[in-house]
Design a protein around this ligand. Structure first.
Ligand code: ADP
Ligand code: MG
Length: 254
């Protein structure tokens, strides 16, 4: 899936500009990483792509395979194949994981999903992710640990089979072993669906040892200020964002 964000300006409901002339082009099959300090608008970007009602697109556009999506409601965007693994997945009482996923799958594919076939697939995905079998029948994320919630997001990904995957701080809350399991599941998915595009938000270059990025971007104050490859992530870790930004500004005066 091809995603093009053009001059995006996005405000919160209390009228604060969060994304400020944001531009990013993700070609089909590419993996892009965004790194940036807290509060710079990374999660806002993810939620805006999904069409959250908490944010208003003031100007600019988001094109998916050359078609604008900014007027589409969230369910329509999901049906196109856009998927967000949330930074902080919420829990929902009264709906079990399996009920939720089967309903979501039915609404996305518009086809009736047989219960037997569905349970078989869910079981196999739960195995792949080394999750506890009981998770299927428990309320969504209720009393799940931080790491279990993150695995649950990737379980949704495996079942819903999106074409554009946004991973918002997937690595936060996951221990090293779980991180490896989750990343190998994402890599396997990408191998099986090579046109899938990925936007990964992270603070830690460690995850880039498992998921190989085509591009790494630095985001500051609602826009991308520097782009590079994997090496940029290690440069950030060494020097910090302030230094990277100061160097960027200095070079623009040369
Ligand atoms: P990041 O994910 O990069 O840490 P966020 O996108 O979560 O940053 O937030 C960017 C800034 O916008 C922060 O200052 C945050 O407090 C503010 N913000 C985010 N969402 C809202 C909202 N719904 N209403 C008001 N302010 C918000
Ligand atoms: Mg965030």
């Amino acid at each position: 899936m091809h995603i093009l964000m053009k001059n995006l300006v996005v405000k919160s409901l209390d009228n604060k500009t969060i994304l400020n002339d944001f531009n990013l082009n993700i070609a089909s099959g590419e993996t892009h990483v965004i790194m940036g300090p807290n509060g710079t608008g990374k999660s806002t970007l993810s939620k805006t792509i999904l069409g959250s009602n908490d944010y208003t697109v003031i100007s600019g556009d988001i094109l998916v395979d050359n078609k604008s999506i900014i007027k589409m409601p969230t369910d329509e965007r999901a049906r196109l194949g856009i998927f967000l693994a949330n930074q902080s997945p919420i829990s929902i009482e009264g709906v079990t994981n399996s009920e939720f996923l089967r309903t979501a799958l039915t609404s996305i594919t518009k086809e009736k999903v047989g219960i037997y076939q569905f349970m078989k697939e869910m079981n196999s995905c739960i195995n792949d992710l080394q999750m506890d079998k009981t998770m299927m029948h428990r309320a969504i994320n209720k009393d799940f640990s931080g790491g279990e919630r993150k695995k649950n997001e990737i379980l949704q990904m495996k079942i819903l089979k999106p074409k554009f995957i946004i991973l918002d701080e997937l690595d936060s809350g996951l221990d090293v072993d779980s991180l490896k399991v989750v990343c190998s599941n994402i890599n396997k998915y990408k191998e099986e669906h090579p046109d899938t595009s990925i936007l990964m938000i992270t603070h830690y270059p460690r995850i880039l040892e498992y998921i190989k990025p085509d591009f790494v971007h630095v985001m500051l104050k609602g826009q991308i200020t520097k782009s590079g490859t994997k090496e940029l992530a290690f440069e950030i870790e060494k020097k910090g964002y302030e230094m990277i930004n100061a160097m960027e500004e200095a070079s623009s005066y040369e």
